[in-house]
Design a protein around this ligand. Sequence first.
Ligand SMILES: NC(=O)c1ccc[n+]([C@@H]2O[C@H](COP(=O)([O-])OP(=O)(O)OC[C@H]3O[C@@H](n4cnc5c(N)ncnc54)[C@H](OP(=O)(O)O)[C@@H]3O)[C@@H](O)[C@H]2O)c1
Length: 238
Amino acid sequence: MIIENRIAVITGAGKGIGEAIAYGLAEMNYQTVLIGRNRKNLEQVAAEIVNNGGLAPVIFQLDVTDTPKMKETIQSVISQFGRIDVLVNNAGVYFDGTLELAESEFQTMLNTNLTAQFTLTKEVVPWMEHQGSGYIFNIASRSGKTGYAGSGGYCASKFGMLGLNESLYHELTPKGIKVTALCPGWVNTQMALDAGTPLKAEEMIQPEDLFKTIRYLLQLSPTAIVKEVVIEAPSGIR
Ligand SMILES: NC(=O)c1ccc[n+]([C@@H]2O[C@H](COP(=O)([O-])OP(=O)(O)OC[C@H]3O[C@@H](n4cnc5c(N)ncnc54)[C@H](OP(=O)(O)O)[C@@H]3O)[C@@H](O)[C@H]2O)c1
C-alpha cells in the first residue's frame, strides 16, 4: 500500500519545543495535527507551515486533560485521515517546588504531564496496532532521570512519564510501534525562563535540537530501536 501522507499529531504545538517539532515534521512532508489551548498560537504556527510550503495543518484547540474532548479529537483525526503515524506527547507544565506546592498544582502537573499522555496514547495505539506501525515520542525531561531539589512535583510527573514510556517500549515494539522518550536538560523556551534557568538563551539546548533528534530517530531502520535519548546543555552539566 502506498501511504500518500503520513500523519503526525503534536500536543503543545503552539510554542516552544512543540512548535519546532511541528515545523520540522511539516518540512518532512507530514500532515500535521496541532493541539493546544491557545488557538492564536496554533493558527500562527499553521500559517508559518503553509507559508513554507507545508501541508495545511489541522488545528484542535483543547486542553489535553479534557479526556472526552481528547477522545473526540482522535476519532476526528482518524475519520479525516484514516491513520496516525507519529504521536508527539509534548504538552507540559512546570510549577516550582516540592512540598511547597499546593496539592492542586501537584495534581495539575500530574494530570498534564502524565495522565494526559496516558489517555492520548491509549486512544492512538489501537490505530497504530491496526496499521502495524507508528512512532510515539514522549517529551520527558532530564528531571525524569534525576530528582532536583526545588522541583519535586515536576520530577515526579516526568519520572512517571519515563516509567510509562519504558513499559510501552517493551509492549509495543513487538507490534511494530516504536516508543522513545526524549530527556532534555534546559531548552530555550518560555518554560525554562519561567522555571528560572541559570543559563543564557544561547547556552541552552535549542527547541530545533529536539526536532533534529526526532528526525534522526525516524530515519533509523525498522530493526533499530531507541528507548530514550538524554540531551544535555554543556553549561547545565553539574
Ligand atoms: N524548556 C525546558 O527547559 C524543558 C526541558 C525538559 C523538558 N521540557 C518539556 O518539553 C515540553 C514542552 O515544553 P516547552 O519548553 O516547549 O514549554 P512551553 O514553551 O511552555 O510550551 C508548553 C506547551 O504545552 C502546551 N500545554 C500546556 N498545558 C496544556 C494543556 N493542558 N493542554 C494542551 N496543551 C498544553 C502549551 O500550549 P497552550 O499554552 O496553547 O496550551 C505549550 O504549547 C514539556 O513537556 C516540558 O516539560 C522542557
